[in-house]
Design a protein around this ligand. Structure first.
Ligand SMILES: C[S@@+](CC[C@H](N)C(=O)[O-])C[C@H]1O[C@@H](n2cnc3c(N)ncnc32)[C@H](O)[C@@H]1O
Length: 689
């Protein structure tokens, strides 16, 4: 009965807009820590939501709740007293009152509990999972034939042949992304992880994004592993998608983010052993952007240093950070840990010797974060179950924190697979009030990050498509004299995914095109979740920037200091969304999609990184391709620098000479290309003969 109560509680929480389907199922499962429970809740709750209007009809038609007022009232709960009193049953109210306090548990409403139980009674293959002698079961069985009769009547009335016809239909893509939940389990806890990640993370439209966890593996090893397993690699995601029509085992390297691979969405995660053991992680491309943007300059510097060391220009240990003196990242809002583990992977290793401090306020989600750290083998992360806002930005222990990730709770309006259409939406005014409250909360979190004494780079991101949570938060920051006086400004486009075409909305930036161009937007038509990324950089030596025109106008007239963040605590869980106000949603998706997946959208890191750009050019070279147009435009300046550097470099043989040392990946690609050429040559000569 406990499972039914808890599933009923999830339905109640959904009715009260306390979170997303997935978020609430996982939160409830985390309370019990029973392996596989998250997936079980998710499956049952989704099924109940699909049947809910029909079950409501059955309850009304059979008058079940009125005839059995205490049947769905759990005895040992305070709520049971209220519910029992409401139902008019003195006996059950008395019983509830006598229950000792220590056993008091939250109780689902009779309506939600009845929905879950009727679902199992009528529609689940296994039927009700209660012992045959259980009182509730015995009573419900008495109503079964009346309920089934009404069910058949309803099928005839609605002209549907099967029970499935009585459900609220799910869009194909959403339905297929949920199909694998609970199936193909190798180890029982994989089922929960799959439920957590499989529904939304990593799978967008036709693509399943997988990040190579470089804490456990390398991109080269991953490529080799896939190819050995009979998978064909494609240079471009679009080509891979075209090939996927006829071949299931295809993959591509992402054009913008190095450790990212694209696979066809139809690929089943539980069948990929490298996913099972944490060498591959399911993570949407957009969700990889914040850590990438935060750390690319540091990575480029590290590559420069490594190249100089390899060339003998600096000593083997020179410029290496001393023990404990590496880069310090703070992830302000970390669970479930996608961005934390990515940041940890990017800065691991001697050259950067980086560490991440990961804050998570929510206890249940903190457990999820710790699981993820274990799975990713992220030993360079210190997780803290703490409210980020309670940390002192001038705490001497945190003075080495230079880079911060700020990915606060948001409306989640950018996530297409959230099943929002299964839940009745709140009135528009209520939705707008919630978005405004979220925007204030986000402003409070990002403001707190900017106050950290050592901070020089702060990336702000949301999986929302609403301007109030995106550009307008940025505009509020830029409007604040306090931050401008500290030297904060927006990082320019060439540091923030320069070759990603979809940028911020100009109107939301008070008409300032430079600001809009400095930030990144993503939409599902780009092959990602809806997402937003902005990067603030501090330059204490440069004169403070001016407040941008329109900044005050764009800023809601709410003082971010006066927010009761705790009051929002439940409302702002990850991925929780008010349904999109229709007009805004339509406007967002009507915007034409840039060709993000097209050839050559290569992400240039910092232009000054000759080594990094050289790596990219070399990759194009070994594959026998000229850089394709969009990348070429943006990378032209950087490529020129590289070409100049290459020209200026002493020729082979001299000290520190020769072409830049090829990275493992370049070597791998070169080797591969050579083999391909040999094969082709052999084939051609054979044909010639
Ligand atoms: C959008 S999620 C973060 C997702 C995460 N960055 C990732 O990529 O996996 C926001 C998280 O912030 C947490 N959170 C919200 N307010 C917080 C606060 N004041 N301090 C610490 N964590 C907070 C929420 O509990 C939630 O887990």
């Amino acid at each position: 009965m406990d499972f039914y109560h808890r599933a009923g509680l999830i339905l109640d929480a959904l009715d009260n807009k306390k979170g997303s389907v997935k978020g609430l199922c996982m939160a409830e499962a985390n309370k019990g820590r029973k392996v596989g429970e998250g997936a079980r809740f998710l499956k049952v709750v989704i099924e109940c939501l699909k049947y809910r209007p029909h079950i409501q009809h059955l309850l009304a038609a059979t008058k079940l709740l009125a005839q059995e007022p205490t049947l769905f009232v759990p005895p040992s709960s305070t709520a049971s007293v209220t519910n029992a009193l409401k139902s008019g049953s003195a006996a059950s109210a008395n019983k509830a009152l006598k229950t000792p306090k220590k056993h008091v548990k939250a109780a689902p409403t009779p309506d939600s509990l009845a929905t879950v139980m009727l679902h199992d009674l009528l529609f689940a293959k296994r039927g009700l999972t209660l012992p045959k002698e259980h009182k509730v079961r015995k009573k419900l069985e008495k109503y079964k034939s009346a309920l089934e009769k009404e069910n058949e009547r309803e099928k005839r009335r609605r002209k549907v042949g099967t029970n499935e016809g009585l459900q609220i239909p799910l869009p194909d893509k959403v339905a297929s992304s949920l199909e694998g939940i609970g199936k193909g389990k190798k180890r029982a806890h994989d089922v929960d992880r799959f439920a957590e990640e499989g529904g939304s993370e990593g799978i967008i439209g036709e693509i399943r994004w997988m990040r190579v966890n470089t804490l456990r593996w390398s991109v080269e090893a991953a490529v080799e592993w896939f190819e050995k397993g009979g998978w064909e690699m494609f240079e471009e995601v679009e080509e891979m998608l075209a090939a996927a029509q006829s071949k299931p085992k295809v993959f591509a390297l992402d054009a913008h983010i190095e450790p990212l691979l694209a696979l066809p969405a139809a690929v089943s995660l539980p069948t990929i052993s490298a996913y099972q053991d944490g060498r591959l992680l399911a993570q949407d491309k957009a969700s990889c952007m914040p850590a990438w943007v935060l750390l690319t300059p540091a990575l480029a510097d590290a590559e420069d240093r490594a190249a100089a060391r390899a060339a003998g220009e600096i000593g083997p240990d020179e410029d290496l950070p001393k023990r404990g003196k590496g880069l310090r990242v703070l992830d302000a809002t970390a669970a479930p840990g996608n961005k934390t583990t990515m940041a940890a992977a990017l800065i691991a290793g001697d050259e950067i010797n980086g560490k991440v401090t990961a804050c998570e306020r929510d206890q249940g989600r903190f457990k999820v974060l710790k699981d993820m750290l274990k799975r990713a083998d992220a030993k360079n992360v210190q997780p803290m179950n703490v409210d980020f806002l309670s940390l002192k930005p001038d705490d001497p222990k945190l003075k080495n924190v230079t880079h911060l990730l700020v990915d606060p709770s948001c409306s989640g309006s950018g996530i297409p697979s959230r099943l929002d259409h299964l839940i009745p939406s709140a009135p528009e005014a209520e939705q707008l009030a919630r978005i405004k409250a979220l925007s204030n909360f986000q402003m409070a979190i990002v403001s707190h990050a900017l106050r950290f004494s050592g901070a020089v780079r702060v990336v702000y991101s949301t999986c929302s498509i609403w301007e109030q949570e995106d550009e307008r938060v940025v505009m509020r920051v830029l409007a604040k004299k306090e931050f401008r006086d500290m030297g904060w400004r927006l990082a320019p486009r060439d540091e923030v995914m320069p070759t990603w075409e979809r940028r911020g909305r100009v109107a939301a930036c008070g008409g300032d095109e430079t600001i809009a161009d400095s930030v990144v937007r993503c939409l599902p038509e780009d092959g990602t979740n809806g997402f937003f990324v902005a990067c603030f950089v501090k330059d204490e030596n440069a004169p403070p920037i001016e407040a941008p025109a329109g900044a005050d106008e764009a800023a809601p007239a709410v003082d971010d200091e006066a927010i009761d963040v705790d009051a929002l605590a439940v409302e702002v869980e990850e991925g929780e969304a008010p349904a999109a106000p229709a007009a805004a949603a339509a406007a967002a998706s009507a915007k034409s999609a840039p060709a993000q997946l097209k050839k050559g959208g290569k992400q240039g890191r910092k232009a000054k990184s000759g080594a990094t750009m050289a790596a990219r050019n070399a990759k194009s070279e070994v594959l026998g391709r000229a850089p394709a147009p969009p990348a070429a435009q943006v990378a032209a300046a950087a490529a020129a620098v590289v070409a100049k550097e290459a020209d200026a470099a002493p020729k082979e043989g001299g000290a520190g000479s020769g072409p830049k040392k090829l990275s493992k990946k370049q070597l791998y690609l070169a080797k591969k290309e050579e083999m391909k050429r040999k094969k082709e040559a052999a084939a051609t000569s054979g044909a010639d003969e």
